[in-house]
Design a binder for this molecule. Structure first.
Ligand SMILES: [Zn+2]
Length: 387
């Protein structure tokens, strides 16, 4: 792996943004995200690295549980939806696209297509499938930035278990795995049970910026956490408080329709962009972003002052060879500007090559600074290992 150079990167940070609140605000002002239209976003190079790391994290979760990845198309034939029990339910949230070859729908969810594909190939018992793709939702009012945008990326798991017992077991396995993946990113999760659909559980994450996309009830007596919003607990009769958060993932059992009618299966989805936004927002410390190692754009950011060029190149080669992703700020800019941009990049380890020859290592995970006069590469490796 070669170190990346800031001079080649497109990373437009904005120093004027002092009122950062939501994750989307943080990502826009820190040079990760760009707004293409209302509710439509694009990822800039640094943001795309975070997306890539999130993709990897969801794929790893799928592999560990024995799910194989498949690629499903953005276009779905309208007839597949007309045959579905959810056609009426989703209504105008479906994005219909008239094309020369016929009527299509832009992917809003893949269950209908997965069922069609499996039915056409016969033997699917026991199949565990994973897919990761962009979705389109025909919202009139996109809101909360990446949390409710018109296009978004979803990681999805489908398990065609052979018995009700196996389905119940898989629901718990997926729920636990997705919640623990979110917890590893530093997010606190809550399971929310849906009373109208007992086989549906949402994994909610609190928003520090108070993004209220998903409302639910918590019983002050027995702590039962559920939807819909009720004042009285249906389990113990206690008083409930209604709270709001963001639904980062959901896990459900579904009765198939069409050719697979009669079969039930387990599905789960995790919002990739939404999760990145929640991490940016919840882990930011007021003045800077703080990425966890699992999805940081770079492990190490090197800020080089006058006279530090030779040593920084040596340290960069050493760390790259050890498998760490490194970026070197080689731009001919003032030191202050580089330090500001370092806050936006938010690497877990920052190495500052000072003009007096000393090297400062900032461990951003443990919020600890060390200054060394030699052996910077070895000191950096030790810090990265401890993170
Ligand atoms: Zn209760």
């Amino acid at each position: 792996m070669q170190p990346t150079r800031w001079s080649t990167l497109f990373f437009p940070t904005s120093s004027g943004a002092t009122h950062k609140k939501t994750g989307t605000d943080w990502l826009l002002s820190s040079g990760y995200l760009t707004r293409v239209d209302r509710g439509v976003y694009g990822w800039l190079p640094l943001g795309q690295r975070v997306v890539g790391a999130m993709d990897h994290l969801t794929r790893t979760t799928a592999e560990r549980l024995g799910y194989s990845e498949m690629g499903l198309p953005l276009l779905q034939p309208l007839v597949v939806w007309e045959a579905s029990d959810r056609y009426e339910q989703l209504g105008d949230l479906l994005t219909r696209v008239p094309m020369k070859a016929g009527e299509y729908v832009l992917n809003s969810t893949q269950e209908e297509v997965v069922e069609m594909v499996l039915a056409s190939h016969g033997n699917f018992a026991g199949a565990r499938l994973f897919q990761l793709s962009d979705r389109v939702r025909n919202e009139l009012r996109p809101a909360h930035g990446l949390t409710r945008s018109l296009t978004f990326k979803l990681a999805e798991w489908y398990c065609f278990a052979e018995s009700n017992e196996a389905i119940r077991k898989e629901l718990v396995v997926l729920r636990t795995e997705l919640a623990s993946a979110l917890e590893r990113l530093g997010l606190a999760t809550t399971y929310v049970q849906h009373r109208e659909r007992l086989d549906l559980t949402s994994v909610a994450v609190t928003s520090t910026a108070d993004v209220r996309q998903f409302r639910y009830s918590i019983c002050t007596g027995c702590t039962y956490t559920f939807r819909p919003e009720l004042e009285v607990c249906p389990q113990c009769g206690g008083r409930c408080e209604v709270t709001a958060a963001v639904e980062a993932a959901d896990v459900f059992a579904r009765a198939a329709v069409g050719a697979l009618r009669g079969h039930r299966y387990v599905g789960a989805g995790l919002g990739v962009y939404r999760t990145i936004s929640l991490v940016a927002e919840n882990l930011a410390n007021g003045i800077r972003l703080c990425w966890p190692r699992a999805i940081c754009p770079f492990d190490v950011n090197m800020i080089v002052g006058d006279n530090g060029a030779v040593e920084s190149e040596q340290v960069a080669r050493h760390l790259s060879a050890a498998g760490h992703s490194v970026i070197i700020d080689d731009r001919p800019l003032r030191f202050g500007r580089k330090l500001f941009d370092a806050k936006c990049l938010a690497a877990p380890l920052e190495i500052i090559f000072k003009p007096d020859g000393r090297v400062e290592l900032n461990d951003r995970v443990h919020d600890k600074a060390t200054v060394v006069a030699g052996g910077a590469a070895e000191a950096a490796v030790r810090i990265l290992e401890e993170q």
